[in-house]
Design a protein around this ligand. Structure first.
Ligand code: ADP
Ligand code: ASP
Ligand code: MG
Length: 456
């Protein structure tokens, strides 16, 4: 069985849905299909959360969501059924919105997760009809039936044991499902959403559909996971930043993990772990040009260049702590890290000198890169050191192989970036990356310069 995930733009219009459905028709092994909300819908829903009920802007957004989906439904051969499905979902969405202030039986974050999930519910409802139009036999299942999470709304952690048991049980109960014996039999479900033990909807963090798909692939022992998106694979860097960036044929799981953690939006940071654990190859390809080879993510790629790809993560926060206490005093860093840990802040990059330490704060598993440093944490640190915090920085990562053992690489990097102020550099801890912190306003020029010099 192949697990195929289609992102927002791959289901963003009737043409896009139809093209994606043809990809499924092309190979009967593509029997487990995971999709995101149509492009723009999750952002619209998130914006809705912050608006008062019945505001002009809110009503405008609702109208926009309705029109986007009705437009798809009205072009489908099963037009009547598809329109009815959209209208039902929109009715439920409006009812949920009106509960915002009135109900005390939910927390704000719980309410937001249920609202966001409507994006994926709408898209799967419609995609099911587009698949049926292609004579596929579709079972549409709510992802909360399978993906079991804790109750941390907005960024729920998946209980792998329960999730995998549920999926294995589904396969046993549907014997033969997904094998070539039953061509045209497709299970369609939502990415990004799950449910806690009480059956309440949770979400896995922005862009989390890739993660859902990787979990399905691992639990179902898929032979391959396909990520169908709007670019023809994993590129040498974000093609929106560097126009000469190109798709990579093959990349290792280790490099893909670094790329996703350091801002390569094409893959969600959590998705690599399950597929690497289960050694399931991943193919990233464009649903608009499915004939192109795309990128294969594998354990042992044939080619291991020193510099393979570049990524950038904006909105970084740098915290610098100065104290004479640090000089030859054991325990200073332990004290710093324990305060950060008490406030659930984890650290990304660290550099130290005799009397100071600079840290960037880890946001890899958060929905946004913004870190809010509370008064309490600053006060606790200020008790024994001077604290300086700088915002609006960007972390640029050079990703490849044997970077910590390649002669001359640091010299080449520094001379390439001689015109930029590098606020922090992290080199040596990983064979797969070298990271710099630069001003956010320089980030794109830095990536363009590095791309030109190292990748071409
Ligand atoms: P989807 O909706 O299919 O999940 P995303 O928007 O999440 O798609 O991810 C695809 C986007 O990721 C591309 O349009 C591209 O701009 C961006 N991106 C960032 N870094 C890379 C990279 N190294 N390779 C390919 N795309 C990248
Ligand atoms: N629709 C969700 C989002 O926009 C999940 C995803 O696209 O992967 O974040
Ligand atoms: Mg994505």
């Amino acid at each position: 069985m192949i697990v195929s995930k289609f992102g927002g733009t791959s289901v963003g219009s009737y043409e896009a849905m139809s093209r994606s459905a043809n990809i499924i028709v092309d190979n009967p092994k593509r029997s487990w299909v995971v999709i995101s909300a149509t492009s723009g819908t999750t952002n619209d829903l998130l914006r809705l959360c912050s608006l008062p009920i019945n505001s002009d802007e809110g009503n405008g957004l609702l109208e926009q969501i309705l029109r986007r989906h009705l437009d798809i439904a009205s072009q489908c051969s099963f037009k009547k059924e598809a329109i009815k499905a959209v209208e039902e979902c929109m009715h439920n969405l409006s009812a949920h919105l009106s509960k915002q202030q009135s109900s005390k039986d939910h927390s704000e974050t719980q309410w937001v997760d249920t609202l966001l999930a409507f994006g994926e519910i709408l898209s799967t409802q419609l995609f099911a009809w587009v698949l049926r139009e292609k004579n596929l036999d579709v079972q549409l299942k709510w992802a909360g039936n399978f993906i079991c999470t804790d109750s941390v709304f907005g960024l729920a952690a998946v209980n792998l044991k329960v999730t995998y048991a549920k999926l294995q049980h589904f396969l046993t109960a549907n014997e033969g499902f997904g094998s070539d014996l039953k061509p045209g039999n497709v299970l369609l479900t939502q990415g990004f959403i799950g449910a806690d033990v009480q059956g309440r909807t949770t979400t896995l963090g922005r862009g989390g559909s890739d993660y859902s798909a990787a979990l399905f692939a691992e639990a179902l022992e898929a032979e391959c996971l396909e990520i169908w998106t709007d670019v023809a694979g994993v590129y040498t860097t974000d093609p929106r930043v560097v126009s000469t960036a190109h798709a990579i044929d093959e990349i290792s799981f280790d490099e893909a993990a670094e790329l996703s953690i350091f801002g390569g939006k094409v893959l969600h940071p959590a998705m690599v772990k399950p597929v690497r654990r289960a050694n399931i190859p991943v193919r990233v390809a464009s649903s608009m040009e499915p004939e192109l080879p795309g990128t294969n993510i594998v354990t042992n790629p044939l080619n291991r260049p020193v510099v393979r790809t570049l990524s950038v993560r904006k909105e970084q926060t740098l915290m610098t702590l100065h104290s004479l206490e640090m000089l030859h005093q054991p325990g200073f860093l332990a004290k710093v890290f324990s305060i950060l840990s008490e406030h659930s802040i984890s650290v990304d990059l660290v550099t130290t000198s005799e009397v100071s330490v600079s840290l960037t704060l880890d946001t890899a598993h958060k929905a946004s890169n913004k870190v809010e440093l509370s008064e309490a944490v600053l006060r606790a640190l200020n008790d024994f050191c001077d604290v300086e915090v700088e915002y609006n920085l960007a972390l640029v990562a050079v990703i490849g192989n044997a970077l910590n053992q390649t002669l001359g690489i640091s010299g080449q990097l520094f001379s390439t970036l001689k015109d930029y102020n590098i606020r922090l550099i992290s080199h040596g801890a990983s064979a797969n990356n070298v990271c710099f912190l630069v001003d956010e306003s320089d980030a794109e020029a830095v990536v363009q310069t590095l791309h030109q010099s190292f990748i071409g």
